[in-house]
Design a protein around this ligand. Sequence first.
Ligand SMILES: Nc1nc2c(ncn2[C@@H]2O[C@H](COP(=O)(O)OP(=O)(O)O)[C@@H](O)[C@H]2O)c(=O)[nH]1
Ligand SMILES: [Mg+2]
Length: 313
Amino acid sequence: MNIAERVLKGDRLAAARAITLVESEGPDAVDLLKEIYPHTGRAHRVGITGPPGAGKSTLTAELIAFFRKQGKTVGVLAVDPTSPFSGGALLGDRIRMSDWFTDPDVFIRSMASRGGTGGLAMATQDAADILDALGKNYVFIETVGVGQEELDIVNISDTTVVVLYPEAGDRIQTMKAGLMEIADVFAVNKADREGADRLADEIKVMLSLRKDWQGWEPPVVLTQGLTGGGVDELAKAVLGHMERLKSRDMLMKRRRKGLALKIKTIVDAHVKRSLWLGEENRQEIERAAERVAARRQTPYDAAAKFIDRLRNS
Ligand SMILES: Nc1nc2c(ncn2[C@@H]2O[C@H](COP(=O)(O)OP(=O)(O)O)[C@@H](O)[C@H]2O)c(=O)[nH]1
Ligand SMILES: [Mg+2]
């Protein structure tokens, strides 16, 4: 049996190897995805994003507990440049991510960050497909919500949970705009601390100013990662969002949007690569640079001329 067949049979080791393949972006990965793809699309993909230290990993570990109690299987992809499994590593925590390492129905993997080229989002999406093919009912994707690449989470998840916490005030201010746009569900974590209610109210006020939620107003759930408080409600909000997507025929629409972006990204990368592979195009650019340096042409005219030449060739 090849790796793809083993993944489809539920072989965890094969899934781990398959994810390493997509991380390395080789042709083997393309073949593998071709084989598993008809068997994907079943898992509910849930993005968990928010600032570092908000409690994403802690809440994810709690959500795993919720879904495992229902007999569901779970995959977790942690895209965290710092320490993906630090969540709940401290004494006194109820459930830690690492507590799930030995459960055969939970698959946890951290994705290696390769310097924000967009390749990480791509590999993460492929990895989600692999866990989907492996038969996981839910795939959680944890990312740190800073910068543009991480906001890609919205394009690879069916439901996006934004985790915030009271002390993060300033940082949240700067990220608010982006995070407000992408959240399907808000978790105001560390509800045991002061300011949680106020933050939840603030979020609700901001949400009320928006009009284009298309039939889904993101719930704001107070959670306590350390005690598990509010986690049932959070899980139900996530499930409710999926229900709504399905009942309004929005699931396919949402997925198509994300997939269109992915196809474009693949085409972009291919075009870029093949464009500068040949000596001829590179030399043409060198000659153009001479003309521009001699002030006979602007860079824009040179580029337009180059594009014209490509079109006619
Ligand atoms: N006080 C308090 N601390 C929490 C809560 N949830 C998580 N933490 C702690 O916050 C820290 C960061 O949690 P972690 O899950 O690693 O955050 P992540 O970076 O968003 O994944 C850890 O020390 C957790 O134990 C909570 O509800 N209340
Ligand atoms: Mg984490």
